[in-house]
Design a protein around this ligand. Structure first.
Ligand code: BES
Ligand code: MN
Ligand code: ZN
Length: 543
């Protein structure tokens, strides 16, 4: 594993001819260099003549092309790395992540540990955006999963990305943006690592330990409900899912409050923490079952978003709720036809034990609403149907609040975590009606992502809420469209999808609300219908 702790991001301003670094990266576009002036200067110091290479068509600037050139002895750079970037006009922030990822990986392979990027050579993008995205691309691209082996893992280090800003006015904002990029990328890497752990090494208890670690590190308050407390409180959904496993199930609740000041905007995240989803009694086919170790990717995203937000000290009150269980078939397991009393008092007829995520999330969401949040977002590898609808590079988003859904989509776009909205029309709820209870937990095959969303909606008490279905995007494969477009993702394994969007959402909430819960409620248009705490009494009785 490479965790990025020995990585440094530095920013300077000034002339490239004064810079010293083992390697310099030059973006090359099909329609010219980003900054012909900087290219000319680099050519004159290093003896590497890009114009000549262009003439002979050794250099065309197409995306994916890269050329490593050696500078003349004594030059301030020993290597010049020319990275093809496609057409200037179509170059996006995410292309920068990709190109930087490939560049630093290439350098690491040949033992070069430091690289300079000149902001002026990346046209159209602001220095701040370049700083943030370059750091993200570098760190995410350098990350490698641990390989379990008797032999020690030997991973070469990569020590420094240097950015040369065009003006000294840019250096301090660029440094801050780079720090944010680093925080977000390292949190994403942690989320990948958690989801990578096989279920024998990471069960619900170990996931709770991971939450404890984050809580300790940032002095967050942490409440953990174990099986006895879940039972006493009547959290039937979580208990039902956990009942087939020898391992206990839990609900972890982390709270970040940056100051004692009342009235901060309150954002609550809920993540699905199924550490292994065998399907339970409605068992899954064996073919791809091994992937189901990543069924806690939502929980990992929520936990690591919390980690990032607390590291940055953002002015929001953030709560992360992680209901966690292992879904196994067993003599004690819940079964199709069981009727479960959920935490909010409604009854669910289990028609498929493999629709376990929503059972767990329903209790998590009802618990979330008790704490009077302004916004609630849940994240889950919830349905195979979202893969059918959107594939592996776009996640599903559904919700009850237009401001929240739109903000998630905009923030997601910035981090190249794309969300496409699916409708929550009421007619879909018909499919979740049960003849023996309030709801069934699984509908017909059609619109499986939406019916799951409708199910969850009944547990959010009319709050501004959004649901992110990341079943398609949380895992990368060599031949997935996601990996093909984003070389900073692992070739195979968990992607850490959602961490940056959720942490970015918290940042957006902080800035848009000006640090005020009241202002945030104006933005979302949320008005509480009634007092929140009054109606919830006598909930701890079970069926
Ligand atoms: N964890 C799965 C969803 C999933 C499937 C994620 C494939 C990644 C890849 C979830 O718990 C599940 O099994 N969902 C069922 C729901 C159905 C029984 C209503 C599904 O999608 O088939
Ligand atoms: Mn399942
Ligand atoms: Zn699942």
């Amino acid at each position: 594993m490479w965790n990025g702790t020995d990585f440094e991001f530095t920013v300077d301003a000034g002339d490239v001819s004064k810079a010293i670094c083992p390697a310099v990266m030059i973006p090359a576009f099909t329609d010219g260099d980003g900054s012909p002036e900087v290219s000319r200067k680099i050519a004159s110091i290093t003896g590497v003549d890009l114009a000549a290479l262009r003439k002979s068509a050794e250099l065309t600037g197409t995306m994916k092309e890269f050329t490593i050139l050696h500078a003349r002895p004594g030059a301030p750079f020993s290597h010049v790395l020319v990275m093809g970037c496609g057409r200037r006009a179509s170059f996006r922030l995410d292309d920068l992540r990709s190109v930087v990822a490939k560049a630093v990986r290439t350098l690491r392979k040949i033992g070069v540990e430091r690289m300079l990027l000149v902001a002026a050579t990346v046209p159209e993008l602001s220095c701040v955006d370049v700083a943030e995205a370059a750091v993200e691309g570098a760190l995410l691209g350098l990350h490698k999963f641990k390989r379990y082996s008797k032999k020690a893992d030997a991973v070469r280090p990569f020590r420094e990305l240097k950015l040369l800003a065009s003006s000294s006015r840019d250096t301090s904002p660029a440094r801050a943006a780079g720090e944010r990029g680093k925080t977000f990328a390292l949190a994403t890497i942690q989320a990948r690592e958690l989801a990578f752990l096989p279920a024998n090494l990471l069960g619900p208890e170990e996931l709770v330990s991971a939450a404890e670690k984050v809580a300790k590190q940032h002095k967050l308050s942490l409440t953990v409900l174990g099986p006895a407390e879940l039972k006493a409180r009547g959290m039937g959904g979580i208990l039902a899912v956990g009942s087939g496993s020898r391992r206990s199930c839990f609900l972890a609740d982390l709270l970040y409050r940056p100051s004692k000041r009342a009235g901060l905007p309150r954002l609550t995240l809920v993540g699905k923490g199924v550490t292994f989803d065998s399907g339970g009694i409605s068992i899954k086919p064996s073919e791809n079952m091994h992937h189901m170790k990543y069924d806690m990717s939502g929980a990992a995203a929520v936990l690591e978003a919390m980690d990032a937000v607390a590291t940055l000290g953002l002015p929001v009150e953030l709560r992360a709720i992680i209901p966690t269980a292992e879904n196994m078939p067993d003599g004690g397991a819940y079964r199709p036809s069981d009727v479960i009393r959920m935490y909010n008092g409604s009854y669910v007829e289990v028609t498929n034990t493999d629709a376990e995520g929503r059972m767990l999330l329903a209790d998590g969401l009802a618990y979330a609403c008790e704490h009077d949040p302004d916004l609630v977002v849940d994240v889950a590898t919830l349905t195979g149907a979202v893969l059918v609808a959107l594939g592996t590079s776009v996640a599903g988003v559904m919700g009850t609040n237009a401001w929240l859904v739109q903000t998630l989509r905009t923030v997601g776009e910035h981090y190249a975590e794309r969300f496409w909205e699916l409708p929550l029309y009421d007619e879909y709820l018909v499919h979740m009606r049960s003849s023996v209870a309030d709801l069934t937990n699984s509908g017909p095959r059609h619109a499986g992502t939406i019916t799951a969303g409708k199910f969850l909606e009944t547990f959010v008490d009319g709050r501004p809420w959004a649901h992110l279905d990341i079943a398609g995007t949380a895992w990368s494969d060599e031949d997935s469209s996601m990996y093909l477009h984003k070389p900073y993702l692992p070739k195979r394994g968990p992607t850490g999808f959602g961490v940056r969007t959720l942490a970015g959402l918290a940042a957006r909430v902080a800035s848009a609300s000006n640090g005020s819960s009241q202002k945030l409620r104006e933005l979302t248009g949320y008005k509480p219908q009634r007092a929140v705490s009054a109606k919830r009494t006598g909930r701890s009785r079970s069926v």
